[in-house]
Design a protein around this ligand. Structure first.
Ligand SMILES: [Zn+2]
Length: 116
């Protein structure tokens, strides 16, 4: 049997797995970021008790960052494209899992995409 028949689906599975891991990683980081902003309950001072109830976009701005690849070795620089940066500000509602107190905080999100 040609080992290529096994290798190709395995490769596709591996790539899908990596893509899913990256997507999960991003949402995990975003959640961690949101939680890190206001995890401590202002009512009972309980650490890490803040649970995200809801969040709403309150401000968004986008700009082009052209020197995002400055750290690359010069031979790669000519391949570099300017990066579109989307900055979003959210108003986040938290609820304390200990005492039920609800409060509001602000969290920032930054999204980068290559604009060719
Ligand atoms: Zn509390």
């Amino acid at each position: 049997m040609d080992p290529g028949f096994i290798f190709v689906p395995l490769l596709i599975c591996a790539m899908l797995g990596i893509m899913m891991a990256v997507a999960t990683g991003f949402s995990y980081l975003w959640l961690r970021h949101v939680e890190g902003e206001a995890k401590r309950c202002p009512q009972c001072q309980s650490k890490g008790a803040g649970e995200v109830l809801d969040y709403e976009l309150i401000e968004a701005r986008s700009y082009i960052e052209s020197d995002a690849t400055r750290w690359l070795p010069s031979r790669h620089r000519r391949k570099a494209h300017p990066v579109q940066v989307e900055e979003k500000k959210y108003e986040v509602n938290y609820r304390c899992s200990q005492c039920g107190h609800e409060w509001m905080g602000v969290a920032m999100e930054e999204e980068r995409s290559s604009s060719e």
